[in-house]
Write a protein that binds this ligand. Structure first.
Ligand SMILES: [Zn+2]
Length: 324
């Protein structure tokens, strides 16, 4: 694929905890109008995406639906031969918000997924406030038998961490009622959990992530997506990082969380350590073992299998200083 392709769509293989097998997915990144929550409030403290997308939407204007259709069709032509089973749409905001994505394009996508034989699932992201019965019914009706998966950013079960440290602006009550509504309409629910916000040390971050996963598992969500902190410019995290008050998590902590998930059969997926704009620092161990562990995690993302890790010398330091 050439660089233009990589700019707004790509094909990848990942393990599906819902289908319990690796699937080919097609990710489409749309230059939508930008996250309305970000425009109104300054957004979530770890997100650098909206600052990046400004370059493509001229500071937040919404293109007409024909423009999005053109992008979709352009990408479809080039990815057809890979026969992806899942279409994932990202724009760093809420797909169900008509001020971010034209309503006509929302319906268009539902119908396209229904009509394309190789696709069986559409995944979209949204904030909870845009979820209502009417929106979900419209989506389901136009998708026909195809599966709808909705990804929600909840990040932490702790109200202080979620709303003060991460500035998500979402109550537990609202989240739980959205999950309930989605499940009652037969929508698959995927939820993001965030590992290591600014303000938590390694051990606190580990404990909080496990608590959040347990909480989500008790709500019977279908997928739990672990987002591990990486540092992007123009975020609060970046300022703290530069001042030496923060570093992204150790890979050992991530391995430990995956091992727990496997032990308890939690439907855990591991997010990538990169995004737009490119992070300036990502989760890591020491220089000797990081590359090997990245490979192990890459295989885990693709196949769901966590290969055995050797314990590098840095593991002892990690145990002594971080987890105890
Ligand atoms: Zn090491």
């Amino acid at each position: 694929m050439d660089s233009l392709d990589k700019l707004f769509f790509f094909i990848g293989q990942k393990y599906s905890v819902i289908k319990k097998k690796p699937v080919v997915s097609w990710t489409l990144l749309l230059p939508a109008a930008g996250c309305e929550y970000w425009k109104k409030t300054g957004g979530c403290s770890m997100c650098g995406f909206n600052d990046y997308i400004k370059k493509f939407n001229f500071g937040g204007i919404m293109y007409p639906d024909w423009f999005f259709k053109f992008l979709y069709k352009y990408a479809l032509k080039r990815i057809k031969r890979y026969k992806p089973s899942e279409l994932i749409i990202y724009h760093g905001g809420s797909f169900l918000n008509d001020n971010e994505i034209p309503k006509r394009f929302q319906t268009y996508i539902y119908n396209e997924v229904r009509k394309n034989d190789f696709l069986d699932t559409l995944t979209i992201e949204t904030r909870c406030e845009y979820i209502n019965e009417k929106k979900i019914r419209t989506a389901k009706k136009n998708l026909g038998k195809k599966e709808l998966k909705i990804a929600l950013g909840f990040e932490s079960q702790d109200n202080y961490i979620r709303n003060k440290l991460l500035r998500k602006g979402i109550s537990k009550k609202q989240f739980e009622s959205s999950v309930k509504l989605l499940k009652s309409q037969g929508v698959k629910v995927s939820v993001y959990v965030f590992l290591k916000p600014v303000g938590l040390n390694e051990k606190e971050a580990y404990i909080e992530t496990i608590k959040s996963i347990e909480y989500l598992n008790s709500l019977k969500v279908d997928e739990i997506n672990l987002s591990c902190a990486f540092v992007q410019k123009n975020t609060k995290m970046y300022t703290e990082y530069i001042e030496g008050n923060y570093k992204p998590p150790f890979l050992w902590t991530i391995i430990k969380i995956i091992e727990e998930a496997q032990k308890h059969n939690w439907p855990l997926l591991l997010g990538e350590f990169t995004d737009n704009p490119k992070p300036i620092d990502i989760p890591k161990n020491c220089e000797k073992c990081s590359e090997d562990i990245y490979k192990i995690l890459k295989t885990y993302r693709r196949t769901g299998v966590l290969k055995k890790t050797y314990k590098c010398a840095c593991y002892n330091d990690y145990k002594k200083t971080s987890i105890k």
